[in-house]
Design a binder for this molecule. Structure first.
Ligand code: ARG
Length: 459
């Protein structure tokens, strides 16, 4: 890059090491579309407000469009020594149309320019993340639909607890990802205010029309305070935080997938195309994708922490520290998109081993609560029923059997309220089918959940 924009004030050229240190073009060049879009809106407003001539406005807009086309086609390459994408595009514009190009930056600062570009960029990316989440929820609902009667153990403390279905388990994740979409919507709504026109920090003396640029760029309104307009990065933090929560959900899900495809569980098997082998152990089939997603969750939480820590001590208004916002939020965005787009087909192609799930549910006394509830329905207080059932479980362990196979005499020895219909009451299918409470695991209840989630997606 030739002479600096600010060369007039300085008597020396900037040190080349400092130039490289200072430059953000290697990572902010990805916002070239947004930068050009913002400049076109700004130039249009300047023209309409009579701050530049109609002729200059036309020339600037036309050339910005050419620059965009040339960047898209590869005819124009981004100079890696440029200070940032904003300086680069302005410099090209000026090279190409001379004097007129120099008028574009009237009533604008890079501070409001960069705040605008990042918002525009994040707004687009938020839509892409939402689309991926929707795809994931569709796959979850479809798989759940095929598994509304696939009985599996539900766990607490990773100990078998009560019977549920695989469909019910998957729909729990659908709820988490639905909340993630709503969090992204919230963040996008607050993000959707236009900082352009805040200037460097103190607005401008030109009679600009901030409503117009805000409208042209599809914002709800202009930001209300010029200092805040240039120094706010809440929208980066909010998005990074929403993404961290998405990653946390994906990470928990990954952990379960890793467990489920182990020989100890064997509830599922990943498709060969979504697993990897070992360089030494010929028998291995590893859930690398799920592990990497779990690993990347830590990195994205780190991005969120980077942003918070970067902002926490900054006086108003703009400080160069804030250039660090981009790498952190871009990393969070890139990684969540990467994780989602790999995770979805992995989930879609996995094989569900229904029998193994059911066999696991048949062990571990997960119908003990149902046995206690049986006594309660016959009139006993729950705490007494709980105690008697605990004793029955201990008896089963001693006799190396389970509640289904414990003779009726043993039941009767503990309470006369028992009858042979206890075997039906503690049957796994009965246990699941009768859990009809709203949001519960019964096939009917899960079908309703699936229907509601699909409805929410259509909204
Ligand atoms: N590259 C800078 C950034 O990302 C653009 C804003 C520069 N403004 C300034 N006053 N130096 O934050």
């Amino acid at each position: 890059m030739s002479e600096k924009m600010w060369a007039g004030r300085f008597s020396k050229e900037v040190d080349s090491g400092v130039n490289a240190f200072n430059s953000s073009v290697s990572f902010d060049s990805r916002m070239y579309r947004q930068d050009i879009k913002g400049s076109i809106a700004h130039a249009s407003m300047l023209g309409k407000a009579g701050i530049i001539s109609a002729e200059d406005r036309k020339k600037i807009v036309a050339e910005l469009e050419n620059i965009l086309a040339d960047l898209e086609s590869g005819a124009l390459e981004i100079d890696p020594t440029a200070e940032d994408i904003h300086m680069f595009i302005e410099a090209v514009l000026t090279q190409r149309i001379g004097e007129t190009g120099k008028r574009l930056h009237t009533a604008r600062s890079r501070n409001d320019q960069v705040a605008l570009d990042v918002r525009l960029y994040l707004r687009d990316e938020t839509e892409e993340i939402k689309a991926l989440l929707k795809q994931l929820i569709i796959v979850l609902s479809d798989t759940a639909e095929q598994n509304t009667d696939t009985i599996m153990p539900g766990y607490t403390h990773l100990q078998r607890a009560q019977p549920i279905t695989f469909g019910h388990h998957l729909m729990a994740y659908a709820q988490m990802f639905l909340r993630d979409i709503s969090r992204l919507n919230d963040a996008a709504r607050r993000m959707n205010q236009c900082p352009l026109g805040s200037g460097a920090l103190a607005g401008t003396t030109y009679l600009i029309d901030r409503q117009l640029t805000s409208q042209l760029l599809g914002f709800d309104c202009p930001t209300a305070n010029s200092l805040d307009g240039v120094s706010d990065r809440d929208f980066c933090i909010e998005l990074a935080s929403a993404i961290s929560i998405i990653m946390t959900h994906l990470s928990r899900f990954s952990e379960e997938i890793i467990l489920w495809c182990s020989w100890e569980f064997k509830f599922i098997e990943l498709d060969d195309a979504f697993a990897t082998g070992s360089s030494i152990m010929p028998q291995k089939k590893n859930p690398d994708i799920a592990e990497l997603v779990r690993g990347k969750c830590g990195r994205v939480i780190g991005d969120n922490m980077t942003l918070l820590t970067m902002m926490k001590g900054l006086p108003l208004a703009y400080n160069k520290d804030m250039q660090e916002d981009k790498e952190a939020i871009f990393d969070a965005i890139d990684n969540v998109k990467l994780c989602l787009s790999t995770f979805i087909p992995m989930l879609q192609t996995m094989t569900v081993y229904r029998d193994n799930m059911r066999n696991a549910a048949a062990k571990g006394f997960i119908n003990a609560t149902d046995c206690a509830d049986y006594l309660v329905k016959k009139g006993m207080a729950f705490r007494d029923a709980y105690k008697i059932t605990g004793g029955l479980v201990a008896l089963c362990i001693e006799k190396k059997t389970d509640l289904e196979h414990l003779p009726i005499e043993d039941y009767l020895s503990r309470s006369e309220l028992f009858d042979t219909d206890v075997y039906d009451a503690i049957n796994l299918d009965t246990c699941v089918n009768s859990r009809i409470s709203y949001g519960g695991p019964s096939p009917e209840s899960v079908k309703k959940q699936i229907e509601d989630v699909r409805g929410a997606l259509d909204e």
